[in-house]
Design a protein. Sequence first.
Length: 346
Amino acid sequence: MLRGKPLLGISIGDPSGIGPEICIKALSRSHIYDKAIPVVYADQIVLEDALEVTGRDFILHKCEQPSDALGLSGTIDFIDCGIISGRDEYQYSTVVEKSGEASFQYVVRAIAHAMEGKISAVVTGPINKEAINLAGHQYPGHTEIFAHYTGTQDFGMLLSGGGLNVIHCTTHVSMREACELITKEKVLKTIQLADKALRLMGKGRGRIAVAGLNPHASERGLFGDEEERAIIPAIEAARAQGLDVTGPLPPDTVFVRALGGQADLVVAMYHDQGHIPLKLLGFRMDPSTGLYADMSGINATIGLPIIRLSVDHGTAFGKAGKNQANEGSLVDAINMAITFAENWEN
């Protein structure tokens, strides 16, 4: 905490995507400065170009350390990471190795500062996985970068938006591997992480609904044994720990029940099971242009020794550099990071 406000590190994501633009637009919301002090991890030339794209008139204040931040609306405090020095080193809407390297270094620098206690939370803009890997960093996504650089083994991906909160037992793996990873221990740990997420969101000991893996939650073993073998024993163990857990519930109705007020958070078994309902609620496409008109919702990694929130969308190369990107998801992530910081008990 700095001067009574959480100090938030914001890594802008891939410079070739919409990350720099949505960062500029999000920090145009003066209310953010009433509750937090944002510090942006970027390169100065990338921020200058984003200001030109968006037509915004900010003062750029370079900081050597996060504690140098002024925290004033109309000023962007930033750490210059020294990766990109010229506009000709990256291109919008294109997978570029230099952009991948830059986006990786932005987030790694922010993680280091969070681990050192220099910032209260990290909020990440969208990265491009192909660009990251092209730059030589073999990670399937942000979540795994955070896990590696914080030395975390047990973590969960939380999505929140449109009145729905979902945490995942498995994430960036194949469907076959996801099924193999569904064990009692894995499901129980995810339920425990769900409980932590609810407390970070200020909801206390909330109601957790667990989705089945198979159609109709297997109909007592008719469509698979994962429920009987792993999910039900995990639920029983969680209840024995005093958690309010129901399930396993049929995957095709559990999210409807949660939206209907029967649960505060849903434990999903695999990536798409949890992502599809969230993106149906938070994403809207303009049929006349084929472009996303709205992208809301947040992504959080639960179980880390630091706070990490993110947008729940990608680099949107089709909009990059055109002043068309919507900053709503980043604003949601910043607001949730503030809430997490207020409720943080590591």
